[in-house]
Ligand binder design. Structure first.
Ligand code: ASP
Ligand code: MG
Length: 479
């Protein structure tokens, strides 16, 4: 049994819907035990959220415009892909109902002048409620028996609106009770991603991009053989192909490596959202809807061994490096603790930390947008030390990039760091700071933004990652 999740761009247009229908049909013909999970059409969630926010700010136009725009967007798909008149009329009615609901909600938000997180979940989840019935109808039109399921019937969460936490036992009971009979009958459930409900039936959402989470939960509850994440790229690549033109798809990756990559900015999967599948050792495969037979990536606990130590390189931008420095810091306990509690009080998360062994400085990386708040908090915390000259300065450097070099086999393989720095040294690229995660699955380094792309290319080249797929295939056969 497999779960197939389609992201926003996979259902972004009539052509994309048709492509999804072909993929689902083929999967269903091979084995009818499949569950489909769908996101809203591309851009829809953003539009809904913006309209609601604008309504709260006293602006009625955006939601009126959004209503029409969304109607056209979905009707276009129905018009092109649903031949049956009765089916098409039913979808039209459904779209009309959902968009009326949207309009009424925005109207009350406008009148109240306030948008609560609870209200926002109701509005932002409407996109999936249109996409799932539409996709189910398109599938039926392609000869696949399908039934749309509103996830609020089956995914139960707490009431942390905007990022609700699933209640696993309760969810599994409902998932099994509702979906198993359909699967046994050969009917494909088409479940709304992203949305859920509290035990009392109040709508919640699992956070932006939450459809992956929905798919992983359903996969875990049904003990799926695989959870497939269908997106618009060929799985997970060794590097961003816009930076490294010969980057290639990694055939296999471990859960840990995938998590490191996500943490360091690869947008493909959020570790939290795949955790339900990871905990049950369910493989996750990332595939391209627009190149279904092209290369894809399988993420498993224990990838088959290959000689690849470094698997991927990623860069995170829009960051700043904050440095707290002073000779008086040497040997004074508690400075690091106070530095990071001052940061923690601002709610900003730290991406990387490094301390010089001379103890004369601590530096760490945060999002550039938060620099001002963090510096203010640090200056308050260290006021006395600054006055007495124990700390000379607290300052920040913009225009920096973290480059993360990821690969679980780096652990216990000596010389990886030397190769990374050798490659950068040859190119005359200055490394501003370094850190190695304790998992040893990554080395991260900070470089100036104007050298970042080149740094990624140099490291990619040094480890011959353009051959990753080849090496993997060759060694896999040898194993
Ligand atoms: N439609 C939701 C969003 O845009 C959920 C998802 O796409 O996974 O965040
Ligand atoms: Mg999305």
């Amino acid at each position: 049994m497999k779960v197939l999740k389609f992201g926003g761009t996979s259902v972004g247009s009539a052509d994309a819907f048709a492509q999804v229908a072909r993929i689902v049909r083929r999967a269903w013909e091979q084995d009818p035990h499949i569950v489909v999970v769908t996101s809203a059409m591309a851009g829809v969630t953003d539009t809904l959220i913006r309209a609601a926010q604008q309504a709260a700010a006293g602006n009625e136009e955006p939601y009126r415009d959004a209503r029409n725009e969304l109607l056209v967007k979905h009707q276009l798909v129905a018009g092109q892909l649903i031949e049956d008149n009765i089916e098409r009329a039913a979808i039209s009615r459904l779209l009309d109902t959902k968009l009326r609901e949207f309009e009424r909600l925005c109207q009350s938000i406008y009148i109240l002048g306030e948008l609560t997180p609870r209200g926002l979940d109701v509005v932002s989840g409407l996109g999936e409620q249109m996409a799932a019935p539409l996709l189910a109808a398109v599938l039926r039109n392609h000869g696949v028996p399908a039934e749309a399921i509103d996830a609020r019937e089956i995914i139960v969460t707490d009431d942390t609106f905007g990022a609700a936490n699933p209640l696993f036992e309760e969810t599994c009971q409902r998932v099994q009770a509702r979906l198993s009979p359909l699967l046994e009958a050969g009917t494909v459930p088409v479940v709304t991603g992203f949305i859920a409900a509290t035990p009392d039936g109040v709508t919640t959402t699992l956070g932006r991009g939450g459809s992956d989470y929905s798919a992983a939960l359903i996969g875990a509850c049904l003990n799926a053989d695989e959870v497939q994440i269908w997106t618009d790229v060929n799985g997970i690549l060794t590097a961003d192909p816009r930076v490294v033109p010969n980057a290639c798809t990694l055939p296999e990756l471990s859960y840990i490596e995938a998590a490191e990559l996500a943490y360091f900015g690869a947008k493909v999967l959020h570790p939290k959202s795949i955790r339900p599948a990871v905990e049950r050792d369910i493989p996750i495969r990332v595939l391209n809807t627009f190149d279904p037979d092209g290369p894809n990536t399988r993420i498993v606990r224990q990838p088959r061994p290959t000689g690849l130590t470094v698997k991927a390189i990623t860069a995170i931008r829009d960051l700043a490096l904050v440095t707290v420095e002073g000779r008086g810091m040497m040997g004074v306990p508690g400075i690091a603790a106070r530095t990071f509690s001052a940061v923690a009080r601002t709610g900003v998360s730290v991406l990387m930390i490094s301390q010089a062994s001379s103890e004369q400085s601590i530096c760490f990386v945060i999002p550039a947008a938060d620099v001002h708040r963090v510096l203010t908090s640090l200056e308050e915390e260290m006021e006395r030390e600054l006055r007495r000259g124990f700390i000379d300065r607290i300052w920040s450097q913009d225009d920096i990039v973290i480059i993360a070099v990821v690969g679980a086999a780096m652990r216990g393989t000596p010389g990886i760091a030397a190769r990374v720095f050798g490659a950068l040294g040859e190119a005359g690229i200055n490394v501003i700071a370094i850190a190695q995660g304790s998992s040893e699955a990554n080395i991260s380094l900070v470089v100036a933004v104007d050298r970042a792309d080149e740094a990624v290319r140099r490291i990619h080249e040094a480890f011959q990652l353009e051959r990753a797929a080849e090496v993997w295939e060759a060694e896999r056969v040898a194993v």
